[in-house]
Design a protein around this ligand. Structure first.
Ligand SMILES: [Zn+2]
Ligand SMILES: [Zn+2]
Length: 263
C-alpha cells in the first residue's frame, strides 16, 4: 500500500455491492489516483452478508473502515438472528460504526412501525458498543428525532448521510452531536434548496460521500458511481463556501476521521 498524502474521504460507499465485484481493485485505485485516500464501506445496502463483506474489505486495510446494519428498506427482515450477526461484526475493530439504519418514509419499503423498531434496536447497539451511527432519514425527521432522543437524550456521534432535508433539521442533528454528509445530489441542477442549506452549515461538521454505486454526481449522472467521484461533491461544497478544494478536503477528512477512523 503506497503512502498517500491525506486527501478526501468518501464517507459512505457500498463498496461490497456486486456492481463492484468485477473491478473493485481498480475502483479503489482510481479513488486513490483522484486524491481520495480513504473509504467508509457501509453495510446495510442489502442483506446482512453485505455488512459482513464490508468488514472483510476493511480487515487489514487501514484506508477502509466498515459499518454494520440493516437498511430501513429491509427493516421488515430485522430479527434476533440478524442482530446477533451485527453484534459479531461490531466486536471487530475495523467495524467502526452502526448502520446504515434510519427511516425512509419516501419509499416505505418496510412498514413504518417496523422501521422505527429496527432503528431503535440499532441505536441500542450503538449505545452498548459505544460506536457512532450512520443515519438514513428521508421524509421522516420528526419520528427519527423522537426515536433518537429516547435512546440518546444527551446526543451521540454519527452522521446524517446523503442529507436532503432542510436547514432546521440539520441544526437539530448538529445539536445532537451528529455530522451532516452530502452526496452527489448536491451537484444536481435541481438541488438549489439543498445547496442553500449546505452553504449555511459549518464546514467543521460536514462530510462528503458518494453513496456509490448509486447517485453519481454531475457530470457522471446516470453512470455507475464510484468513490473517485466524491471529488465533484467536494468541489461544489468548496464553491458554496467560497474556499479552495484543499480546505474542504482537510475539514471533511478530519470530520470523517473523528467518526469512522478512531486512532
Ligand atoms: Zn442511505
Ligand atoms: Zn447508503
Amino acid at each position: 500500500m503506497p503512502t498517500m498524502r491525506p486527501g478526501l474521504i468518501d464517507s459512505h460507499c457500498h463498496l461490497s455491492d456486486k456492481k463492484f465485484s468485477s473491478d473493485r481493485g481498480a475502483v479503489i485505485a482510481r479513488a486513490h489516483e483522484a486524491g481520495v485516500s480513504h473509504i467508509v464501506a457501509v453495510g446495510g445496502g442489502g442483506p446482512i452478508e453485505d455488512s459482513e463483506a464490508s468488514a472483510d474489505l476493511a480487515r487489514g486495510n487501514e484506508t477502509i473502515r466498515a459499518t454494520a446494519g440493516i437498511h430501513p428498506h429491509d427493516a421488515k427482515d430485522y430479527d434476533d438472528a440478524i442482530e446477533a450477526r451485527i453484534k459479531v461484526l461490531l466486536a471487530r475493530p475495523e467495524v467502526t460504526a452502526v448502520g446504515e439504519t434510519g427511516l425512509d418514509y419516501y419509499y416505505d419499503n418496510s412498514p413504518r412501525e417496523l422501521q422505527r423498531q429496527a432503528l431503535a434496536r440499532h441505536l441500542a447497539l450503538a449505545h452498548s458498543f459505544d460506536k457512532p451511527v450512520v443515519i438514513h432519514c428521508r421524509e421522516a425527521e420528526t419520528d427519527f428525532f423522537e426515536v433518537f432522543d429516547s435512546e440518546f437524550p444527551d446526543g451521540h456521534p454519527g452522521v446524517m448521510h446523503c442529507y436532503t432535508g432542510g436547514y432546521q433539521d440539520a441544526r437539530r442533528a448538529l445539536d445532537r452531536g451528529l455530522m451532516i454528509s452530502f452526496s452527489g445530489i448536491l451537484t444536481f441542477k435541481n438541488s438549489k434548496d439543498l445547496r442553500d442549506v449546505a452553504k449555511k452549515l459549518p464546514l467543521d461538521r460536514l462530510l462528503v460521500e458518494t453513496d456509490s454505486p448509486l447517485l453519481a454526481p454531475d457530470p457522471y449522472r446516470g453512470k455507475r458511481n464510484e468513490p473517485a467521484y466524491v471529488v465533484r461533491v467536494a468541489e461544489v461544497l468548496a464553491g458554496l463556501h467560497g474556499v479552495d478544494l484543499d480546505v474542504v478536503s482537510k475539514s471533511t477528512s478530519a470530520n470523517t476521521r473523528v467518526v469512522f477512523f478512531p486512532e
